[in-house]
Design a protein around this ligand. Structure first.
Ligand code: ADE
Length: 235
């Protein structure tokens, strides 16, 4: 079978900020191994004047600036053309008005060949840009200065679903949300941790070497923890 490869293009006014992030850790290894291809595209390149103007005042008045629709749409049209090597493309707008990002969305987006993530700054996008995107994603109910961090957050969550990116094949299947539950508690050495005269032991069952009992305990703890912290996941 041909190796799955994902390309991510982030359109931004701060390409250096984005590029820097991709030089570290698991993501940089995936790029070196040619499982992931990544580019930060400077939105200013698509401005139509010499000064590289990307924003303007809002019609109707008000504070702040709005990203010019022609500039953003030009970047989308340039980047989103499907190619032979990347037939399945998806244009995603980073905005607090989008659908709130989740494990399931990350998994679905990992199935595309090319993701184009549009991150804005200032007060937002001209409404007409929305006609040229496939979906809108928010990373939570708060407003950031721009879409750069959201683009990185979703890039990282998506990358973890590409086969070969994580060291062990199954390390993405055990973790929180993979089975609709939060992950069970984890422990490592020492067996009894001592801090300020107080002892914190590891649960006995994990030291028993009995796989069946360990599995049952983990499943129960997962369920208990999810019920307590995130009852919404059980619905
Ligand atoms: N841009 C600004 N805030 C955002 C958020 N919460 N999610 C996605 N994009 C954003």
């Amino acid at each position: 079978m041909k190796k799955k490869k994902l390309k991510i293009s982030v359109v931004t006014l701060f390409p250096e900020f984005i590029e820097n992030y991709f030089n570290f850790g698991i993501i940089s290894r995936a790029i070196k191994n040619k499982i992931l291809q990544f580019q930060a595209v400077n939105l200013r390149k698509f401005a139509s004047d010499k000064r590289g103007t990307v924003d303007d005042r809002p019609y109707g008045g008000g504070l702040g600036m709005v990203l010019k629709p022609d500039v953003v749409i030009k970047s989308i049209l340039k980047l989103s053309k499907p190619t032979k090597s990347a037939p399945k493309t998806r244009v995603v707008l980073m905005t607090p008005q989008g659908k709130v990002f989740s494990h399931a969305m990350a998994k679905r987006l990992a199935g595309y060949d090319h993701l184009i993530l549009i991150s804005g700054r200032y007060e937002g996008f001209d409404e007409r840009v929305r006609k040229f995107v496939d979906e809108e994603i928010s990373i939570g109910d708060y407003v950031l200065m721009g879409g750069e961090l959201p683009a990185l957050v979703i890039s990282e969550a998506i990358t973890r679903f590409i086969p070969g990116v994580l060291g062990k094949d199954d390390s993405a299947t055990d973790e929180s949300f993979a089975n609709g539950l939060l992950e069970f508690p984890q422990y490592t050495k020492p067996e009894v941790l001592e801090v300020a005269g107080k002892k914190y032991p590891v649960p006995k069952v994990l030291l028993s070497g009995h796989h069946g009992n360990v599995e049952n305990w983990r499943r129960e703890e997962s369920l208990k923890r999810t019920k307590k912290r995130r009852p919404d996941l059980l619905k």
